[in-house]
Ligand binder design. Structure first.
Ligand code: ADP
Length: 427
C-alpha cells in the first residue's frame, strides 16, 4: 500500500475512493479501524481509505480514532497520507479538522518531519472552488448557501483561513491562485517560504481541475494533505510516476446485481430536499418519518419498514426537512438528540430492508450513511463506477454465504435532482 487516507465520514470516504479508482488506483475502503490483521482485500490495494464517523464526534474522540487509523495505515505500509474532509469544510470552531490535522502532523513528525500541511477542500466538478481563501459553492460563498443551516456543522464563514485558524493552534496561511497558476515549482517555493514563516496549514486556492493537478505535484513532498476528493485527482498519475504503482483500468468493477432496491434519506441539504421532492413528484413511493414521533417512543421504524417492504417498486424513506422545520425540531428535541434518533431509525430500517432481501441501497447523508453502514455490520467496501461526481456504487465485502449488498452513499449536497432514480438505473 502506498497511500493511506483517514476520512472523517463515510460518504467522504467513498467520494475520495471513487476519485482514486477512476484514476486506476486499486482502492479499498475500510469501515472503522480494523484490528491487528490486515483484511485480505486491503493487503493487495494501492490505497486504503479508513472511513471514520469523526466529523461531528467530540474532539478528543475524533483525534483518538484518527490517530488509531493513521497508526494502522502506517503499520500496513502506507507512505503518504490524506485527512479527507468535506468539500464544504464541515466543521465548527471546536474542530474537528484543525485538531485532528495537528495530531496527525505530530504523529508524523518522527519519520517524516511533518511541519506543514496543504489544506484543499476544492472539488470544481461539484462546484466547490477556493479563490483567495474563500470557499464557493457554485456562484455563492459557502456562508450564503444551505450550509449556513446545516443541522450539525453550520458554515457561516466562507473564509477558510479564518475558519481553519479558529480551530488550530498553529498558524494558517494562503497559497493564492496566481502562485498556483504559475506551476508546481512556484507552489513548492511558496510552500517553503510559508514554512520559513512558521505557517503550518496552507489553504490552497483552486478554481479548476488544472489547479488541483498543479497543487498535487507542487505539494507532493508533504507527507500529509488535508483535502477533499478533488486534490486526489492527480494522485494516481503521481504515484505511478514517483512510486512505480501500476495503474489498473479495471479498478472499478463490481458484480451485476438485480435484486430489490431502496432509498433512505437522512440529509436535510438543499440538494437532498430537491431530490426527495423530485422523487415524490414522479409518483414514486415515499414515506416521511417524524422525529417527534420517534421521541415519543412510537414504533416509527417498524411501521416504515413494514410499509417499505410492501411497496411494488423501490421505496424512499426520508427524514429530510426544510430549514424552518429542522430548526423547530432541533429546538424541541436538541440538535444531537434529534440527529441520533433519526440516524438510529434509518439504520434500523436499513437492517430490516437488507434482512428482507434488498440488495441495493441508496443512502443520502454523511452521518446517516455512517449510522447505516455500522448498523449493517459492513467492514469493507469495494468501489465501483461513479453515479455522479463524488458518489460511486460500492459493494460490501461480505462473509461467505451472505447475500450480496451494494451501497451508494451520497454526501448530502451531491447529485442532481434525479439522483435517486439515476442511482437505481446505474449498475
Ligand atoms: P448531510 O450529508 O446533508 O450533512 P447528514 O446525514 O450528515 O447529512 O446529517 C444530517 C443530520 O440531520 C443527521 O444526523 C440526521 O439524523 C439529522 N436529521 C435528518 N432529518 C432530521 C429532522 N427532520 N430533524 C432533525 N434532525 C434530522
Amino acid at each position: 500500500m502506498k497511500l493511506g487516507i483517514v476520512a472523517d465520514d463515510f460518504t467522504g470516504a467513498t467520494d475520495i475512493a471513487s476519485m482514486l479508482v477512476r484514476g486506476g488506483l486499486r482502492t479499498v475502503q475500510l469501515i472503522g479501524v480494523p484490528g491487528d490483521t490486515v483484511p485480505a482485500e486491503a493487503a493487495d490495494a494501492d490505497a486504503v481509505v479508513v472511513a471514520l464517523k469523526s466529523r461531528t464526534a467530540p474532539v478528543d474522540l475524533a483525534v483518538a480514532e484518527s490517530l488509531a487509523a493513521l497508526r494502522w495505515l502506517r503499520a500496513a505500509g502506507a507512505e503518504r497520507f490524506i485527512l479527507k474532509v468535506c468539500s464544504t469544510f464541515d466543521s465548527t470552531p471546536a474542530g474537528n479538522i484543525g485538531p485532528v490535522a495537528e495530531a496527525m502532523m505530530d504523529a508524523l513528525s518522527d519519520e517524516y518531519g511533518c511541519m506543514q500541511t496543504l489544506v484543499s477542500p476544492a472539488f470544481p466538478e461539484n462546484g466547490r472552488t477556493v479563490f483567495r481563501g474563500h470557499l464557493f459553492v457554485g456562484d455563492a460563498l459557502l456562508s450564503e448557501t444551505g450550509m449556513r443551516s446545516h443541522p450539525l456543522t453550520p458554515m457561516t464563514d466562507a473564509n477558510l483561513v479564518r475558519v481553519m485558524q479558529a480551530q488550530s493552534r498553529r498558524p494558517v496561511g494562503l497559497l493564492r491562485h496566481d502562485t498556483v497558476a504559475a506551476g508546481a515549482d512556484a507552489i513548492r517555493a511558496r510552500l517553503a517560504a510559508l514554512a520559513a514563516e512558521g505557517v503550518a496549514h496552507v489553504i490552497a486556492d483552486a478554481i479548476d481541475n488544472h489547479a488541483l493537478l498543479l497543487l498535487a505535484e507542487g505539494a507532493s513532498a508533504l507527507p500529509l494533505w488535508v483535502a477533499g476528493s478533488g486534490l486526489a485527482l492527480g494522485l494516481p498519475a503521481l504515484l505511478a510516476a514517483q512510486s512505480g504503482v501500476q495503474l489498473d483500468a479495471q479498478a472499478a468493477q463490481l458484480d451485476a446485481l438485480t435484486g430489490p432496491a431502496a432509498v433512505l434519506a437522512g440529509s436535510c441539504s438543499t440538494a437532498t430536499q430537491g431530490q426527495v421532492a423530485r422523487w415524490i413528484a414522479a409518483g414514486r413511493p415515499a414515506l416521511k418519518i417524524d422525529p417527534a414521533a420517534l421521541a415519543r417512543g412510537e414504533p416509527v421504524a417498524a411501521q416504515a419498514l413494514a410499509w417499505a417492504i410492501a411497496q411494488p417498486q423501490a421505496p424512499l424513506v426520508y427524514a429530510t426537512a426544510d430549514a424552518p422545520t429542522l430548526a423547530a425540531t432541533q429546538a424541541a428535541l436538541g440538535v444531537a438528540e434529534a440527529g441520533a434518533l433519526v440516524e438510529q431509525a434509518l439504520a434500523a430500517i436499513a437492517c430490516g430492508l437488507v434482512a428482507h432481501g434488498v440488495q441495493r441501497l441508496v443512502v443520502a447523508g454523511g452521518e446517516t450513511s455512517g449510522a447505516v453502514v455500522q448498523a449493517l455490520g459492513v467492514r469493507a467496501l469495494r468501489i465501483g463506477a461513479a453515479i455522479c461526481p463524488g458518489v460511486p456504487w460500492t459493494q460490501a465485502v461480505r462473509a461467505a454465504g451472505q447475500p450480496p449488498l451494494q451501497l451508494a452513499l451520497k454526501s448530502g449536497n451531491f447529485g442532481g435532482p434525479d439522483f435517486f432514480a439515476e442511482a437505481l438505473a446505474t449498475q
